[in-house]
Ligand binder design. Structure first.
Ligand code: GLC
Length: 499
């Protein structure tokens, strides 16, 4: 491996989730589409995730790759050794996915996250993936660990394995998809006694200290290169407002910190071919969107309109990050004052759910809800709604705004993270912009953005131009995948220089 730009790289991603096998959030999506994009430009990118019980092995038949991956679990374990296997799935594009099989820690658990021994499960994933690399005949040039769950990988490579003839040669990139989650504790409330400085060795599996390890801090401390999923978020996390208590550490490592905006899968997300739309359309046949709007209204039990009522949607996890605190302050008063329809699909916080249920009771003809994950509904919303609301408190990248724009659904977003990097505010003077952007995290600023949008919506010609500008944006992965390659090459260089 010489590190020349046209060299084919072998890249191993290790993560807690990867679509289409197992997906909880955006990380899972990226672990599907980014390796695929890297393969398309000629590199060999593979992903290793645990083999959870929920993985559909009938649909994705798995073969054995390597048995007997041994990880030391420490003195407190009567056996002292945990044995796992690695299975393999080859996808249609030739891509290889690996699955770490362990009955106790993954197979017996129905969910990906949320167990009292989660840290142990991720330390096992981190250690076993490195043992796998040692034994495997396929050796990656670079390992990419993502989020706190695999932050132990850069740590181990630079401490326990620092003299290992194989692993010491491989640089580790640490990708931050969400800085807030750092371990099994809330970083804002961690006591001094429980503080993990990241200096001490990773404790044994059954040592109570293990549950207090900060995978995020350790990942940032030890990685050769750190990246996050948009340039703006990479800058924001150096500040106290967005740094989640790690801004000082990140500032120390600033010369190794980069931001690359996520892409979206433009093949499967295509209004011209999407089978879940009642009418396919392109930038040239936007009039067909009305049929999709009617289908959407029907789906949510709302009266069908003739394209004369502004329809606004919201898609995704109902969680504080996504701005629900300000939405629930302004939506009611706005409904009282202007006529529009609102539909929401997403799982999450019961308090927010109750708010929307009550709003629906008050405005049964104007509010539609669906509080569970659904593979089809988000695209029905992008196809049928006029605008989508994403007023996030913080947003490392965000995928919904890019997906919506591809379908000509205008995003109304807060100017943070990846939202700031992908949506330009509408400027009437210059006929520019691809959505509506507001700055301050408060219900007034959000309300003003929605009103600006609903006013422009009434000027049909202007609105259509805005939709077209949004649809013309290219958010395919290829550009970002090339930036990742540059990042990997940089990691190789840094790593070589440090030896
Ligand atoms: C996390 C972030 C989101 C990002 C996704 C994929 O879910 O909150 O902004 O798009 O990861 O990187």
């Amino acid at each position: 491996m010489t590190g020349k730009p046209d060299d084919k790289l072998k890249i191993l991603f290790v993560a807690s989730e990867a679509a289409p096998f197992v997906k909880v959030g955006g990380l899972g999506e990226v672990m599907n589409s980014l390796p695929r994009a890297l393969r398309k430009i000629g590199h060999d990118a593979r992903v290793l995730v645990p083999k959870y019980a929920t993985i559909d092995v009938e649909r994705y038949p798995l073969e054995t790759e390597l048995n007997n991956i041994r990880v030391e679990s420490g003195d407190k374990d009567p056996f002292g050794i945990l044995v796992s296997n690695v299975l393999r799935y080859k996808s249609a594009d030739g891509g290889v996915n690996y699955f770490l099989e362990n009955m106790e820690y993954y197979e017996k658990r129905a969910n990906v996250y949320g167990y009292s021994d989660d840290t142990v499960r991720w330390v096992l994933l981190s250690k076993a993936s490195l043992e796998f690399v040692k034994k495997s005949s396929w050796k990656p040039d670079v390992i990419v660990a993502s989020d706190w769950q695999t932050g132990f990988i850069p740590n181990l490579v630079h401490t326990d394995y620092k003299d290992d003839p194989i692993l010491s040669k491989i640089p580790v990139v640490f990708s931050i998809h969400n800085l807030k989650y750092q371990g099994m504790f809330d970083p804002r409330f961690v006591s001094e006694m429980d503080h993990d400085s990241g200096q001490a060795p990773i404790s044994d599996f059954f040592d109570p200290r293990t549950l207090k390890l900060s995978g995020m801090r350790r990942g940032i401390m030890y990685a050769d290169v750190i990246n996050t999923v948009s340039p703006t978020y990479a800058r924001e996390i150096l500040t106290e407002e967005f740094g989640e208590g790690l801004n000082a550490l990140l500032s120390e490592r600033k010369s190794r910190l980069f931001g690359i905006l996520n892409g979206i899968n433009t093949e499967s997300l295509n209004p011209e071919t999407d089978k879940d739309l009642v009418a396919n359309y392109s930038i040239k046949s936007l009039n067909k969107k009305l049929e999709n709007q009617k289908a959407l209204q029907k789906q949510f039990g709302l009266p069908a309109t003739e394209g004369d009522i502004f329809v606004v949607g919201m898609v995704g996890r109902m969680d504080g990050q996504k701005g629900f605190d300000i939405v629930t302050q302004m939506l009611g008063p706005l409904m009282d004052n202007i006529n529009f329809q609102f539909v929401i699909v997403g799982e999450g916080d019961a308090g927010y759910r109750m708010y929307f249920e009550q709003l629906k009771e008050k405005y049964p003809n104007r509010v539609g809800t669906h509080f569970a994950f659904d593979a089809r509904l988000p695209r029905m919303i992008f196809g049928g709604a006029d605008a989508v609301l994403i007023p996030s408190k913080y947003e490392p990248s965000g995928l919904v705004q890019m997906e919506a724009m591809r379908y000509g659904c205008v995003p109304i977003v807060r100017k943070v993270g990846g939202l700031a990097d992908s949506v330009e505010d509408f400027t009437p003077e210059k006929e520019e912009g691809t959505g509506f952007v507001f700055e301050k995290y408060d219900p007034f600023s959000l309300t003003i953005a929605v009103i600006r949008a609903s006013e422009l919506y009434r000027q049909k010609k202007e609105w259509e131009k805005l939709m077209k500008r949004a649809m013309a944006k290219d958010f395919s992965w290829e550009k970002s995948a090339r930036e990742y390659i540059k990042l990997f090459e940089m990691a190789l260089r840094f790593h070589r220089e440090s030896q």
